[in-house]
Structures are given as structure tokens and as C-alpha cells.
Design a protein around this ligand. Sequence first.
Ligand code: NAD
Length: 257
Amino acid sequence: MKDQVIIITGAAMGLGLATAELLAKEGAKLVLVDYNENALKDAEQKLKEINPEVALLSVKADVSSEEQVKNYVDKTVEKFGRIDGLYNNAGIEGKQASIVDYDLDIFKKVIDINLMGVYYGLRYVIPVMQKQKFGRIVNVASVGGIRGVLNQMPYVASKHAVSGMTKNAALEYGKDGILTNAIAPGAILTPMVAEAFKQVNPEDPKAAEAQYASNNPTRALGDPKDVASVVGFLLSKANGYVSGQTIAIDGGESNMY
Ligand code: NAD
């Protein structure tokens, strides 16, 4: 990935940061996008510790704002002149509630970030990649983009949409050398998932975590590094022909009946 220009949204922690760490080691030029400015500064620090020479650009942006997405794309082209890869990763879970009780404002927020945020990224990055006749895009869906998940309807709807948008992007822009895939992580231990276990069992989130892990074929939760290695491949030139796929990274769990 040496000198490849890669934009990562939701880069300040969790899955975004784990991939940033891997790519920093490999010498990529990274654009870190997040709406949490303090966490973004901490992430920059960590990446410089991993590789003091790493070329970084941090842009504060909320991916649900079209204007702010256009801005992170413009800033990237201004600084680095091209975009080789987009890791369209920023997303939120929302609150857990049944369909009829779901808070409408939270419902719309989940759709705005998880669905529209990914779409805006495609809308503004693809024209840059088309001019280059090269690009690699990884959108972040979820096992909740393959199956239903109790009490998480907007999340499930948004992640199925990410998988659908991935298929369309692959169909429409493969001719321009742009390969687009999605990943569908299962439960990977990040701040977002830690928060979900708190909602499931506020008194003892670790018990909720152990219970969840015991149902996985591997009897374990995933590590963000397990996701980073797959994303690193999909964003690289080593991927020459995989496109339009939603790749589960879940220890095999989505195959269980
Ligand atoms: P996380 O909460 O640990 O980190 C997400 C990062 O995205 C944070 O830094 C946050 O500030 C940023 N972010 C959130 N909304 C944003 C917005 N509107 N604009 C800009 N930045 C924003 O979450 P994570 O677990 O690393 O999840 C990353 C992605 O992976 C999400 O799309 C999530 O749905 C998906 N996912 C995660 C898991 C998992 O097990 N961790 C499983 C399936 C899917």
C-alpha cells in the first residue's frame, strides 16, 4: 500500500482506526475523517507512533452532511492529488427498541449516517477515481446487512442498503477500473459493540459479551485487526477482480440456522 492515498471515515477509533494502523505500517497516505475531533487527534498521535513518516490529513466531518463529505474529498485531492481507496466505514448503531416503539428521530439519524453517509462518499469519490481509471472502495455493512437483528430495525435497514449500493457501484463503475465491495462484520470488540453490550445488560456488560461469544462457531468475538487485514486486501491492487460482494467477517456465524 506504499503511497496509496486512502480515505477512512470513522477513522478515530474501532474498525476505522485498526485499518488506519495497518495501512500506516505499510506506508499508505491516509486521510482520517471523523466527527469526533478529540478522538481524531489521539488517532493521529497513535499513527505517528506506529510510523513517524506517515503522511496524514485529518478532516473533521459528519458523513451525514453532503457538504462536509464534498469538503473531505476536495481537501484530499488538494493535498494528495488523487484517491486510490475509500474505506466508507463511519456508522452508528442507534438505540435498541422494538419496531413500534422506535424513536423516529433516532431512526432517521441512523439512516442519515449509515445509508446517506455511505452514498455521499460514493457520489463524490467516484468521479475522482473515474478520471484515474482506478479505485478501490470498501463500504461497511454488517451481519445485520445479511440477516435481521432483534430491536435494531433502522440499523438492519441501513446495512442492507449498504450491501445494495455496493452491488450497484460495482455494476456501474467496474468499467472505470473501480472495484467496490462491502464487509459484513459480526461482533468485533470496538467501542460501539462495548456500548451495545451495556444496553443488553447494563448491570453486567461482560456477561452479555461472554454469552454472545458462546454462540459463535469460534466461541470468540472478533478483533478489529481481523477486519483490517481483509479491508487492506480489498483496498489494494492485490484485489484485481473481486467486486460487488458483501464479505462476512464473523467467524462463520451468519451461516448458522
Ligand atoms: P465505533 O463507534 O467504535 O467507531 C466509529 C467511529 O465512527 C467513531 O470514531 C465515530 O466518532 C465515527 N462516526 C460515527 N458517526 C459518524 C459520522 N456521522 N461522521 C463521522 N464520523 C462518525 O464503531 P465501530 O465498531 O468501529 O464501527 C465502524 C463501522 O463498522 C460502523 O459502520 C458499524 O456499523 C460497522 N460494524 C461494526 C461491527 C462491530 O462489531 N464493531 C459489526 C458490524 C458492523
